[in-house]
Design a binder for this molecule. Sequence first.
Ligand SMILES: N[C@@H](CCC(=O)N[C@@H](CS)C(=O)NCC(=O)O)C(=O)O
Length: 203
Amino acid sequence: MLLYQFPMGTNPRRVAIYIAEKGLDVPQYTLDHVKLEHRSAAYLQINPAGRAPTLVTHEGAAITESAAIVEYLEELYPENPMIGTDPLSRAQVRALERIGSDLIVRSQLWLWNVTGAFPRNEPEPSQVFAAKLFRHVEELLDLLELAIADKRFLAGDRPTIADCTVFAIFQTARERFNLPFGTSHPRLDAWYRHFRTRPSADY
Ligand SMILES: N[C@@H](CCC(=O)N[C@@H](CS)C(=O)NCC(=O)O)C(=O)O
């Protein structure tokens, strides 16, 4: 098994955080972003989107899409479940995780515009567009703020795949770009600070 990743990429991070929380030993290969290794012919063979992460399984199959990789590993290693323990709790965790996935996509569009750090993704960053996009980010932060209520983690008293997904985009915004992401959502802010102390959260 081999996980192709970028150490700082939000979607690779959600998988890496999950692997660390779960205590799995998955060998990892760091793609050279500067040399555009993720756009090389060899890598495009295993991930035609030219993006990370990709998990190559023991059987040699390539799984693309971070959410699919996490769910695959969760099915392969069901002990210490991080996706709920029965149909209802699994549905509740998946619902939060889906919100987290949407949060990543909306936030990335916002980051491309607000930071100007992604010229290949957004050649004409716009602060005006960024402000509009952030309203759609905030809609999801509001939902998560309601959902977490007084729980330690998003879905209860133990971390789930939803925490890994949401934490990854918080960390990108806060630590890579020093942006006040979720700071006006007090419960999420407390959750982030608490989750940040876990070993899985270290880059
Ligand atoms: N939906 C995909 C998105 C993957 C993705 O966009 N990965 C980014 C890193 S967060 C990437 O590979 N970017 C490289 C590039 O676009 O040059 C997933 O969840 O795996």
